[in-house]
Design a protein around this ligand. Structure first.
Ligand code: F6P
Length: 396
């Protein structure tokens, strides 16, 4: 009897999605499964949705984005779970592997009550998983889903752009606010430390413009130019995003974006000693989701994909193929859905914030514990972006 697995990619794309698909395709072939790839996320399993037969040769693990394309389709909101289940059964799919972030997984977990489902995570925001409990001593091996595939590649890009933009900031004595994605969580913005960001502002910590202005003025006096990484999800003291689009996606999220400009304007007003032309901003936008995966991301994503298929083979459904830090490095690890997703009272998935131990809110910087978190991904912070200053002599 032919065994058939379905796979889909939902939510925002990442550079490592094809790597996960590659792992799934390789393992499926080895275990004798036929693999059906649904196009455009959950939209692909609905009536009128399309699908392809996938084999490993079709998938390039070094190419970013997703061969299967993606969408933010909320089957729950549209009461289409039943239709999806009927179609999956019609196509004689034995098990479905959704690859996604919190929204895809919350739809998937509702679907899993009616259909055999095993999950793989992805999101550049790195907000699917559970931190080592705050009341316990920090133990990196207790972080459930150490990183979400896709995050390391995006973090690498954020660090790269932050590093590169320094040459122009230095040349023109500018303060440049670089805006990273991360609607609710600051993981990506924190990775700017690896590009030598002078200050970092994450959404989990309340933005205080006066304090920020004070620190900027002081640091600018010492350095003559600054790179400040800010998360797109920065909100004001009332908890409202500094900027968001009026348009909501099917999960009800407004798209943030543009807060770097707002913060730059706040600073222009609060630091009159600096000309307003000193302040500039740069939104990284989709540039941080694009291109090829970095090797550690690609290789871990392939392994996570393979593990999801072997879980189906072993009957371990309603599980998530996660990444855990072990004595051996970063390895895929199968956990129950409930061990990976914390839920609110109404069943919605609670996203993982940046562990507060990884951020030094007083100094707007990564903490030593944060560097410990990134070490297995990037090693130590390179020092080469620090030394652009000159000892200048005044002409008398
Ligand atoms: O996947 C999450 C995310 O990367 C957020 O950080 C960001 O706000 C969002 O995607 C934007 O994606 P899109 O414009 O594709 O909806």
């Amino acid at each position: 009897m032919s065994k058939r697995i379905g796979v889909l990619t939902g939510g925002g794309d990442t550079p490592a999605l094809n790597a996960t698909l590659k792992g799934i395709a390789l393992e499926a072939e080895e275990l004798g499964y036929e693999l059906i790839g649904f196009m455009e996320g959950w939209a692909g399993v609905l009536t009128g949705g399309s699908y392809v037969r996938l084999n490993p040769d079709m998938v390039d693990e070094n190419r970013g984005g997703t061969l299967l394309q993606s969408s933010r389709t909320n089957l729950r909101a549209s009461n289409k779970l039943g239709e999806a289940v009927d179609n999956l059964k019609k196509l004689k799919i034995d098990a479905l592997i959704p690859i996604g972030g919190d929204d895809t997984l919350s739809v998937g977990s509702a679907l899993s009550e009616h259909f055999t489902t095993t999950f793989v995570t992805k999101t550049i925001d790195n907000d699917v998983g559970i931190n080592c409990p705050a009341e316990e001593a920090l133990d990196y091996t207790k972080i459930v889903n150490y990183f979400c595939p896709g995050f390391p590649s995006a973090a690498h890009l954020v660090a790269k752009y932050v590093h590169d933009i320094r040459t122009t900031a230095y040349s023109h004595n500018r303060v440049i606010f670089v805006e990273a994605m991360g609607r609710y969580a600051g993981w990506l913005t924190l990775s700017a430390a690896y590009g030598g960001a002078d200050l970092i502002l994450i959404p989990e910590v309340t933005y205080n413009p006066d304090k920020m202005a004070e620190v900027i003025e002081k640091q600018y006096r010492d350095k003559g130019h600054l790179i400040i990484a800010v998360s797109e999800g920065i909100s004001d003291a009332n908890g409202d995003l500094l900027t968001e689009s009026a348009e909501l996606d099917s999960f009800g999220h407004a798209r943030p974006g543009g807060c770097s400009e707002v913060i730059a304007d706040h600073m222009k007003n609060r630091i009159p000693s600096l000309s307003s032309s000193v302040f500039r901003h740069q939104v990284l936008g989709y540039m941080q989701r694009c291109g090829s995966p970095i090797p550690i991301d690609r290789d871990t994503a392939i392994k996570a994909g393979r593990l999801a298929v072997s879980a189906v083979e072993n009957g371990q459904v309603n599980h998530v193929s996660t990444i855990m830090r072990t004595g051996l490095g970063l390895e895929p690890h199968l956990l129950n859905l409930d061990q990976v997703l914390k839920r609110g009272e109404d069943g919605h998935v609670i996203r993982r914030d940046t562990d507060s131990r990884f951020y030094d809110a007083e100094n707007f910087s990564i903490s030593p514990a944060g560097i410990g978190y990134f070490r297995p991904i990037f090693g130590d912070i390179p020092r080469d972006h620090m030394g652009l200053g000159l000892d200048k002599t005044t002409i008398e």
